[in-house]
Structure formats: structure tokens, C-alpha cells
Ligand binder design. Structure first.
Ligand SMILES: [Ca+2]
Length: 540
């Protein structure tokens, strides 16, 4: 696969009065060969999202109206809807992570303990108004109307009266989380997930791994008794090196582990390579790993630069190296004062009434969209190898949808890059969409695929997403005297075989529940033959 790099010689002559100089520079065009191989399947994707504060939270605009006790800058419902449409329809974010409850000291959702028994809740002592919870529930409902499928609370602060050491403390914390989960259920957005705490290694809300484990063991059965399937997210910590220690303690307990649905970390203040610690735990326990809070503002701290395209490099590393299955930006929207922490900037006059003046879509918004618009929850990442480390490629398959994302991180050069496809049926073309310094989600002409290869020019500092629709995967059926063997591509990871004895009615198909073995690029199930006629099909 190695091909010599092509070099272009740029020369310029400088003529001076007394000297003649010839200056030459060698410019690497940085060609690369990319192999996309669907026979190797990695993590199942859980989507892209962002943390959220409600529109009228004073923190969003860093201003305050004493008359309303909310932000001085106000968006109308139509103006809010326009921002929601950008995030959840155009950008296709599928995840919301509210910053809730936002408890001022002594004024939380359970400002005093409701009673001395954590197994008996007095609802009259809880207060969920506005940004403590109810405004977030309303936000989730509006996002859900636009396609959001995953939302989870990640409490910023416990109540000031709460302890964090005894069994009774854990029971009170579990009661407090349960009250929030029940409120979400009652208002129509039951939680698919719930983070026990935002950043339990941060001084604002320090909790030990053992305490989080004990909370889960009390909370889990109470959620199920309330008919809630909510899975817990742990530890949602500041950084992977802290998160890994807590995760080990929590998951070592099989009862606690049975209620955990995802591992999560943020990326603050240490090298990205530490995410390896969380990846190994994710693999050990078969749980997805999510990156639940970070932004370009701090990307330099993980040894990336600060240009908008470094966020493409970060997403690439998280998905391609650390098998992360969900990426949440710090904020979907925020006021202009929070530089580089938001995908959508809400602008306002900085003088007088500080009126809202509209939104700005950042380059990070478009960079994120090169992934989030095309890689849906349920897609599987497949192998993508590059012979050039500056050309960073990942690929995803949600059969029939094939998506390849290529980031040219080089500072110069516009190389022609060759892509080879393996383990996939023949396709005739890929359709590119590109974001570069001068383009945002630019639709480019289709590129023909010949003999499972195609070539594309990747400008420096650009992200190109190539999309193709595959033909349906084939189910092979082989019969011997004793057995029937079904086989279908490993790459069709989201398909399963079904069987029926008759084709005359449409609703008699049953899943073939035998676990498939893998042989080469095929998944294989062998069934005993029986005398009756049977029909088989593959279904997503
Ligand atoms: Ca209580």
C-alpha cells in the first residue's frame, strides 16, 4: 500500500542590486492510501450531543435582570426554536445533558431534608421550579420533538445538608436522585440514563467511588420498583485518570455494575492518552465509553492546538483511538462571553437593554456536523487505516449507510488521497460533504468508485465526509443432510436473521436467536434441519 510521496518544488527568484538568490522550498503534497475494511467492526455509536443551560439562565448571557431574577437578555419562543432547529435538526445532535439542578446554597430541590427516613419521600418538601429541573424537562421535550433520543441529568451540586460518608448519606442521595427521575417520568421525559454526579473529583461536589457505588446499589432497585429502566452513567468525572479509579471501585461490585449503562469522562487538564485507562475498563466490562463534556476552549490542554479544526482531530482521536461512542460538546448554545465553549453563539448588545441580536454558528459547529449529521446512534465504527498520520480517517457503517470521515490536519498542501474499500459490496459512487476554512458542509460532486477504490482531493485543514448507500446485505443459506447454515456479513452488524414456516401471512417471522459465530468476514449460524419448510430473511 505504500506509495512514494509526490513532491512539488516551489521556486522564486529574488533579485537584488548586488546579489542574486534562488530560494526553493519542498512542499509535501502528503498523498496517502486509506484502507476501509468493514470486516473489522469496533464500537456501536451512541451519538453526539451537548450540555445545556436553559435560555433564560443568567449564566448564559452573564447578565441579570433583578425584576425577573433571570437573564437580562431574552429570546422569544420563535428565536429559541430557531436555535433548537440548528442544534437538533440541522446538526442532528441526539443527546442533551442538562446542567441541573443549579443549586444556590440552601436553595436546592430539597433545601432541607424532607424527613429523617430516606425510604419515605415527602413530595411537598421538594422544589423543582425553573432551572432546578422543570425548565430542563421542558427543554428536553422540545429537543425530543426534533429527534433527540438520549438525555441524562448530571447533578452539579448536592444539597448543602447532605453527607457523603455513611450508609444513610448514600440513601439520602439516592432518594434525591430518585425524586428527580420520578419528576422527569411524571412530566413525560423518563430518563434513559442518569449520571450519579457531575465530576465527583471536583471540589464542588466531591464523592468517593465507594459512595457512588453505594448510592447506585440503593437507587437501582428503587428505579426498577418505580418501573423506570433508567441506566446509570459513571463517573462523569473531570478527567480519565480520576474517572478510572472510581470506575474500578464501582464496577467491581456486581450489583452496582448491573445498573450501569455507560462509562463517562471529561478531558480536563491532562493528556488525552489517559483516556486509555477508561477504554480498557470499557472493554473489560463491555460498557460504552462516553466523552460527556469538553470544548475547543481547552483543547490545548490535551496537546491539540486551538484552531477550529483541532476539534476535528479531537473527535477523530476519541472515536478512532479510544473507542468512545458518544461525544458531548460543553455547551450547545451559550452567550458570546463564553468563547469557544459553545457550538452556537447567542449574541447580544453589550450596552443598554442588552437585547438579543441573533446567533452565530461556529466552525466547531460545522466540524461536529461532519460527524453528527451522518453517524447516527446505532452505527458501528469499522476499520480505517491511513498511511499518512496527517490524514486522519474513521469510518462507520449503519447498513445500508456507509460513512467515511477524513480530516487533513496538515497546514499546507491539497493531496489526492486514494481510498480502498474491503469487506463491502460493490458501490458506484460516494457523495462528499466538506467543511474547510472557506466551506461549511459544502456539497461536492459525487466521486465514482471503480474496482472498490476512489480518489479524492483533501485540502489542508478540512474535514470531508463521504457517504454511500450500500445494496442490502446478502443472507446465504446452505443445506446439508442434517443442518441448515445461515451466513451474512460481519459488517452488517445491525442485522439479524429471522425465520418463518409460511410466506402467506406477513407477521409470522421469528428471530433466529442462536448466537452467531464469526468465520472470516461472515457471521454464521448452524441450525438442525427439520422436515418442515422454512424460509429465512435478514432484518435490521
Ligand atoms: Ca430526604
Amino acid at each position: 500500500m505504500n506509495r512514494p510521496k509526490r513532491k512539488r518544488i516551489s521556486c522564486a527568484s529574488l533579485f537584488g542590486r548586488a546579489t542574486v538568490a534562488l530560494v526553493c522550498a519542498v512542499v509535501e503534497t502528503q498523498a496517502a492510501d486509506i484502507l476501509i475494511d468493514a470486516r473489522t467492526v469496533f464500537q456501536r455509536m451512541d451519538g453526539f450531543g451537548a450540555s445545556e443551560r436553559v435560555f433564560d439562565d443568567p449564566h448564559v448571557f452573564d447578565n441579570f435582570n433583578p425584576a425577573t431574577a433571570r437573564a437580562l437578555t431574552v429570546l422569544s419562543t420563535n428565536q429559541q426554536d430557531a436555535v433548537l432547529d440548528r442544534l437538533y435538526i440541522d446538526l442532528r445532535l441526539t443527546r442533551v445533558r442538562p446542567a441541573s439542578p443549579d443549586t444556590a446554597v440552601g436553595a436546592g430541590i430539597e433545601p432541607q431534608n424532607d424527613n429523617t427516613d430516606p425510604n419515605v419521600s415527602d413530595p411537598t418538601k421538594f422544589n423543582f421550579t425553573w432551572k432546578s429541573l422543570d425548565a430542563h424537562i421542558e427543554y428536553i421535550a422540545r429537543a425530543r420533538q426534533r429527534g433527540v433520543s438520549t438525555w441524562f441529568l448530571s447533578p452539579l451540586n448536592r444539597e448543602t445538608w447532605m453527607g457523603t460518608t455513611t450508609t444513610n448519606d448514600a440513601a439520602e442521595y439516592a432518594e434525591w436522585l430518585l425524586a428527580q427521575a420520578l419528576r422527569c417520568q411524571a412530566l413525560g421525559v423518563p430518563l434513559p440514563y442518569l449520571s450519579v454526579a457531575n465530576e465527583p473529583s471536583y471540589s464542588r461536589n466531591t464523592l468517593s467511588g465507594a459512595f457512588v457505588r453505594d448510592v447506585i446499589k440503593i437507587l437501582g432497585p428503587k428505579l426498577r420498583a418505580a418501573n423506570l429502566p433508567t441506566l446509570l452513567v459513571v463517573p462523569d468525572d473531570v478527567r480519565s485518570s480520576d474517572a478510572a479509579g472510581k470506575t474500578q471501585i464501582i464496577l467491581a461490585d456486581p450489583v452496582a455494575r448491573s445498573y450501569v449503562g455507560a462509562l463517562a469522562t471529561h478531558l480536563y487538564d491532562e493528556s488525552l492518552t489517559n483516556v486509555t485507562k477508561m477504554r480498557l475498563l470499557s472493554e473489560q466490562y463491555g460498557l460504552p465509553l462516553w466523552m460527556t463534556e469538553f470544548s475547543l476552549a481547552l483543547a490545548g490542554a490535551v496537546n491539540l492546538g486551538n484552531g477550529p479544526f483541532d476539534y476535528a482531530g479531537l473527535i477523530h482521536e476519541l472515536l478512532g483511538t479510544y473507542n468512545v461512542s458518544a461525544v458531548d460538546y460543553q455547551w450547545g448554545f451559550f452567550g458570546q462571553w463564553e468563547n469557544k465553549s459553545q457550538l452556537v453563539i447567542l449574541n447580544h448588545d453589550t450596552t443598554g437593554a442588552q437585547s438579543y441580536t441573533g446567533y452565530t454558528l461556529t466552525k466547531e459547529y460545522y466540524v461536529t456536523g461532519q460527524y453528527s449529521k451522518f453517524v447516527a446512534p446505532g452505527a458501528y465504527r469499522i476499520r480505517a487505516d491511513s498511511t499518512n498520520s496527517t490524514i486522519k480517517v474513521t469510518a462507520y457503517l449503519d447498513w445500508p449507510q456507509l460513512t467515511i470521515v477524513a480530516f487533513n490536519s496538515a497546514a499546507s498542501g491539497n493531496p489526492a488521497v486514494s481510498f480502498s474499500l474491503a469487506g463491502l459490496p460493490a458501490i458506484s459512487a460516494v457523495i462528499p460533504v466538506r467543511t474547510s476554512a472557506t466551506e461549511n458542509w459544502a456539497s461536492l460532486p459525487a466521486i465514482n468508485v471503480t474496482g472498490a477504490t476512489f480518489t479524492a482531493t483533501l485540502p489542508h485543514q478540512s474535514v470531508t465526509t463521504f457517504n454511500a448507500t450500500l445494496p442490502p446485505p446478502l443472507l446465504n443459506i446452505a443445506r446439508s443432510n442434517e443442518t441448515v447454515t445461515l451466513s451474512w456479513p460481519v459488517a452488517a452488524a445491525n442485522f439479524r436473521p429471522e425465520e418463518t414456516g409460511q410466506l402467506t401471512t406477513s407477521n409470522t417471522w421469528l428471530s433466529v436467536t442462536n448466537a452467531p459465530a464469526v468465520a472470516g468476514d461472515q457471521q454464521v449460524v448452524t441450525l438442525l434441519r427439520n422436515p418442515a419448510t422454512r424460509f429465512f430473511r435478514l432484518r435490521k
